[in-house]
Design a protein around this ligand. Structure first.
Ligand code: ZN
Length: 180
């Protein structure tokens, strides 16, 4: 079979593509379960979200501080930290609920670094959306020996990408950016 059309030139001298960013799972304990790990982030990243179409999506700060979903879905605060998971080399994103942070205000204290603290998230009871408690305590790890954490915001954007709500919000932001 003949090759289609004009093939042009071979592309030489291309640097190897950068590593693909690894997929980082969101860690949230199931009913009656516990998640334990060592926090790698300095601080918690807080974000407003909505529950939409069976998943968590970000709330966009539109004109007036609300987004289209704000009109009919409650806005829920969630916090995320990079976590070295249960002593393994795996990193995940621990999801901290508002209840959890209220019970463990140190997680939201911007004056102390969370890096190196042991985190325990526990969901008591049998309900998937039952309350989660958080506790932090010193860990035996040397902070210098801990891996550099991934960027929580980038990992969340990768998880959210592909969602129709996120895509439409990005399109409308690009439109408004073009008009400005
Ligand atoms: Zn919203």
């Amino acid at each position: 079979m003949n090759p289609p059309g004009n093939l042009g030139e071979v592309v030489w001298g291309v640097s190897p593509p950068l590593d693909r960013q690894p997929y980082v799972p969101i860690l949230s304990p199931g009913p009656g379960r516990t998640i334990t790990g060592v926090i790698l982030s300095d601080a918690l990243v807080g974000v407003f979200t909505h529950w939409y179409d069976g998943r968590t999506v970000p709330c966009y700060h539109g004109p007036g501080g609300v987004c289209a979903l704000c009109q009919w879905a409650p806005r829920r605060w969630k916090g995320y930290v990079a976590l070295l998971w249960n002593g393994t080399p795996r990193q995940g994103m621990a999801e901290i609920t508002l209840d959890a942070v209220r019970g463990c205000p140190r997680l939201a204290d911007k004056d102390v670094s969370l890096r190196g603290l042991r985190l325990v998230l526990q969901r008591k009871g049998r309900v998937p959306n039952g309350p989660v408690t958080a506790t932090v305590s010193p860990s035996p790890f040397q902070i210098e020996s801990l891996p550099v954490p991934f960027t929580v915001q980038d990992a969340l954007l990768r998880i959210w990408s592909g969602n129709e709500w996120v895509a439409s919000a990005a399109r409308s932001a690009a439109r408004e950016g073009g008009q400005a």
